[in-house]
Every structure is written in C-alpha cells, then in structure tokens.
Design a protein around this ligand. Structure first.
Ligand SMILES: Cc1ncc(COP(=O)(O)O)c(C=O)c1O
Length: 392
C-alpha cells in the first residue's frame, strides 16, 4: 500500500474554495450514469433525461456504436500524435470532405473539441488590433477565445441588431473587424437574428463567424441555422461540434480553402494537440450520414419542442424566447432552481439546474433539452411533473 500524499493548497486557494462552498454556485459531479440515454440513472433511480444535448438520440445507437468500433478495429485506439506530425489517417480526410459537402464550403477542419476550436479560431484570426463584436450571451469558449486573441471585445446586447448597429457605427473607423455569434444560444434556446446580423456585417465589412453547436443536426435539415435561412454563403466561417446532436465528439470549422489553410498553420489548439481517436472520427462520419438520410428529424423535434414550450407557458412558467429544443424554465434564484430540480427528480424527471456564473445573476433556471425520440409517454411525464411543480 502506498501512503496517500496530502499536498496542501495555499491559504489563498483555500479561501477561494471556502468562498465557493459557502455560496449556491459550488459545483460537484452529479452521481449520474448513462447521461446520454433517454432515461439516465441517478443514485440508482431511473429518471427521464432532460439534461443531455443528445438531441437526435444518436449517441448510443447501434449504427454509431458499430461505426466507432469498426474505426477502432481498423485504425487503433489513438492517433498518438498531432495531425500535422503523424496523427493523420484516411478516415479524417473522409470526414472533412463529407463536412464540406454538408456545409457547402470549399474546405473543413476537425479540431479537438468545440471549445478548443473556438480558442483556435479566434486566437488565429484576431489580434490586438482587431475588434470582435460578440453577443453578450455567447458561449464561454467564444469569450475565452477572444481573451486569448487579445482583441478588443465589443459585447452587444443579446440578440439585439439595433444595439449591434450602434456599436458598428461607433467603431466604423476600425479596419480589422470580426463578429462571432452562437446561432442557437445554449442556455436560452433562442436564435440569433442572423439575417440582420449578416446585413449589418456586409454593410460594415465585418468578417462573420457562427457557432452552430446547438443548431447543427437540428435546424436547416441538419445543416444549422445559417442553412435554414439560406445564409450559408454569406457566413465567412462556420464552426460547430459533433458532441451534441451529432452524438459524437470534436469541433469543426468549415469555410474557404485559404481560411482552413490559415487555421491549420495558426490555430495552436489544433497544432499542439493530439488528433482525435479513430473511434470518435468514425462515429462523427456515421452521424453526418445519418443526418443526411433523415434530415426531417430536426423539424419534428422543433414541432414537439414548440408544443411543450406553449404548454409550460400556459402553466405560467417563464421560458424566455426559446424557439428550439432547448427550453429554459427561468425561476430566477439558485435556491428555487435547486429545490425545483429535487422536486422533479421525485417525479421521475432530471433537468439541469443552471446558475450564475453560467447565466446572469437573477436568471437561474432549469434547462430542459428535448430529443427527437421522446414519445407520448415521455411528454406526458414532463407535463405531469411541471403541473405538480406549478402547484408547489
Ligand atoms: C455554443 C457552444 N459552443 C461551443 C461549445 C463547446 O463544444 P464542445 O462541447 O464540443 O467542446 C459548446 C458546448 O457546450 C457550446 O454550447
């Protein structure tokens, strides 16, 4: 037996930890098993899962598992090197070519995760002289990418083209300008006003990046919000992830050949990281094929989500401006949200409790994410649980 070494932390670190523990936002790992399934297990209890981003139910399907297993059998368990050294293999090229067709772009590049893709993109394309216009509710990976780039961060009010227009006019003298927005906002389930954003960016000559993490697989016959609005060609760089509706893992960028070449040479999160394991790349490729075969699943999910959203509103719940499969139930303070989550668990339903700093203070919420393979049974279970919650 080895004695456990107990290296202590500094008093400053302990002070910070104690402070976190005394508040309502302290995080710890939930004892969840099979968190991508329609029903997950929580402390041995089977609960309907409203907390996963497996929007199409692809993760865990036989064909995805087979594709992953086959790729591992053919190519091994790890690439053991970064892509530019020796971590490349033919499945990767096949995935990127499929992505180009899927996104109607000249080229595409797969990067470790959605988070590292955003870090790589923003830190490569912007520098101290750049202004980056960014929706105030953009994902943390975008914010971190902007910080890493050292650009000036210009935050416009959430989904507010008028405020964006004002910010753009105020900064019209600046030459290097870039805008980045989530297309579907991860904690609110609403959509960016992409048509207005594109119009303004064209007018002010601003380079446009969209993050389709929650749009891909679902909107626009699986291609995302830009495709749904017919704006694919107007967007300079499409970013997304395989880790949500596509049921796999890994980030991607799609755009012009030159842009992808630039990222390949500049994005440090791509250059200095081991490429994805074959099983993951195999599963991602299968996911794109599955979405191509049944592109209508996303609109079926939208229909189901809109009906449930209206029902929740009829009970008096505030679901914000959600118009997608992500439905926030905004209860404002963290304590109420935690109590509501407990109550829902007693009623057989598991929902994410989202609190500041992930969302702004005073907007703590339950985050419900629906999935295509929910049937009448599941919808009835959700409705019953929320009727009980509304009464309590
Ligand atoms: C909008 C958005 N962008 C990027 C990411 C990061 O993607 P990944 O989980 O693949 O790192 C997320 C994940 O939550 C997200 O919601």
């Amino acid at each position: 037996m080895y004695a456990m070494t107990s290296r202590t932390i500094t008093s400053k670190m302990r002070q910070e930890l104690d402070q976190l523990k005394s508040g309502e936002s302290f995080r710890s790992l939930p004892p969840i098993h099979l968190g991508h399934d329609l029903y997950l297990q929580y402390k041995g209890q089977k609960l309907l899962n409203l907390a996963s981003n497996n929007y199409l139910g692809l993760a865990g399907t036989e064909s995805m598992k087979t594709a992953a297993a086959l790729a591992a059998r053919n190519y091994g368990t790890s690439s053991c090197a970064s892509r530019l050294i020796s971590g490349n293999y033919s499945l990767y090229d096949e995935l990127e070519q499929t992505l180009c067709r899927f996104k109607s772009t000249q080229a595409a590049l797969v990067i470790g995760s959605g988070y590292s893709a955003n870090l790589g993109i923003l830190s490569s394309l912007a520098n101290r002289k750049t202004l980056i216009f960014s929706d105030r509710l953009n994902h943390a990976s975008i914010i971190d990418g902007i910080i890493l780039s050292r650009a000036t961060h210009v935050r416009y009010r959430h989904a507010d083209p008028e405020h964006l227009a004002w910010m753009l006019t105020r900064n019209s003298e600046q030459s290097q300008k870039l805008l980045v927005t989530d297309t579907v906002f991860s904690m609110d389930g609403d959509r960016a006003p992409l048509a207005e954003i594109v119009r303004l960016c064209k007018q002010h000559r601003v380079f446009i990046i969209v993050d389709e993490a929650h749009g891909v697989g679902v909107l626009g016959r699986g291609r995302g919000l830009a495709a749904e609005l017919g704006l694919e060609k107007e967007i300079d760089l499409h970013m997304g992830t395989f880790s949500k509706a596509l049921g796999s893992f890994g980030g991607y960028v799609a755009g012009s050949r030159e842009l992808i070449e630039l990222l390949m040479n500049r994005a440090r999160s791509f250059i200095y990281s081991t490429s994805l394991p074959p099983a993951v790349v195999g599963a991602s490729l299968e996911a794109l094929k599955l979405v191509d075969m049944e592109p209508q699943k996303g609109s079926e999910l939208m229909y189901m989500s809109q009906k449930l959203n209206s029902f929740l509103r009829s009970l008096g719940f505030d679901t914000g401006n959600s118009s997608t499969q992500i439905i926030p139930v905004i209860l404002k303070d963290s304590r109420t949200v935690l109590a509501a989550r407990e109550k829902l668990m007693d009623l057989g339903v598991y929902a994410g409790a989202i609190r500041p700093p992930t969302v702004p203070a005073g907007t703590a919420r339950l985050r419900l994410s629906l999935r295509w393979d929910m049937k009448k049974n599941e919808i009835d279970l959700i409705k019953k649980a929320f009727i009980q919650l509304a009464r309590s």
